[in-house]
Design a protein around this ligand. Structure first.
Ligand code: NAI
Length: 253
């Protein structure tokens, strides 16, 4: 049990990768707060995962929502050990087709949400005797950005810089809080399925995505969850300020 009795908040946990991270963490003994805009999905998963897990309606881009989430978590469990910033949105667009309004809304969730999450988690964890771990879900598009997701890739690249800054700040202030990121390749979650559903030729589009991953398949949510588990657990106690690509070699190709 690598997360025995650890208290973890996972944002975006009602669906896809976040939901799989929640399942994996519970298998390893954690008590998980499933925080998502989609409260129906979050409540359903909390029911599936059983006692110790709770669902909260949460908007990562809203500062007041973070304050409420942390307050409720501390009221229920007295401490916070792990935060996984997984909530994210992907809306396609290149530099010519992305309006400034769309750019700002993507940045507000994918980067602003992670910024607020780190800020609130550091505040909650810095007095925790055993410290804590923050895991930010970036993307392989942070390392190699396809032009059709310009705002998305930019937000995910900024998450890596934020991750390093939070990690070094916490280390130099002796807070015992580690902060790392995972950069997944494409996984067939509702986010990617939605893209394919809007493509005139989904089969060819899927094959094109697969071909960008040298290992010849998409990521599974479990692949990403295993990396998040490592970074959240004491097995990575000397690892901070870094990123683990889980992308079948996509960023290296
Ligand atoms: P998904 O669309 O299946 O799940 C995203 C979840 O985030 C949903 O439950 C949604 O309700 C929630 N969410 C969206 N905006 C929110 C907000 N403002 N506040 C709180 N919750 C919000 O997506 P998926 O694929 O599971 O993605 C999870 C993370 O992994 C995202 O950050 C995504 O960018 C990242 N990622 C996904 C990849 C993929 O191919 N699926 C590849 C690389 C990174």
């Amino acid at each position: 049990m690598r997360l025995q009795n650890k208290i973890a908040i996972i944002t975006g946990a009602a669906s896809g990768i976040g939901a799989e991270i929640a399942r994996r963490f519970v298998q390893e003994g954690a008590k998980v707060v499933i925080a998502d805009l989609n409260i129906e999905g979050a409540t359903q998963l909390a029911g599936e995962l059983g006692e110790g897990c709770m669902a909260r309606k949460h908007d990562v881009s809203d500062e007041a929502s973070w304050k409420a989430l942390i307050t409720e978590t501390l009221a229920a469990h007295s401490r916070l050990d792990v935060l996984v910033n997984c909530a994210g949105i992907m809306i396609p667009g290149d530099i010519e087709t992305t309006s400034f309004e769309l750019f700002n809304s993507i940045m507000s969730v994918n980067l602003g949400g992670v910024f607020l999450g780190c800020q609130n988690a550091v505040e909650a964890m810095k007095t925790n005797e055993e410290g804590g771990a923050i895991v930010n879900i970036s993307s392989t598009s942070a390392l190699r950005c396809p032009t059709w997701v310009t705002a998305y890739g930019t937000s995910k690249a900024a998450v890596l810089t934020l991750t390093r800054a939070v990690a070094v700040h916490c280390a130099t202030n002796e807070y015992k809080i580690r902060c790392n990121a995972v950069a997944p390749g494409a996984a067939l979650t509702p986010m990617v399925q939605n893209l394919l559903d809007h493509d005139p030729d989904p089969e060819t589009a899927l094959a094109a995505i697969v071909s960008q991953h040298p290992l010849g398949r998409l990521a599974t949510p479990a692949d990403v969850a295993n990396a998040a588990l490592y970074l959240a657990s004491d097995e990575s106690s000397y690892v901070t300020g870094t990123v683990i690509p889980v992308d079948g070699g996509a960023a290296a190709a």
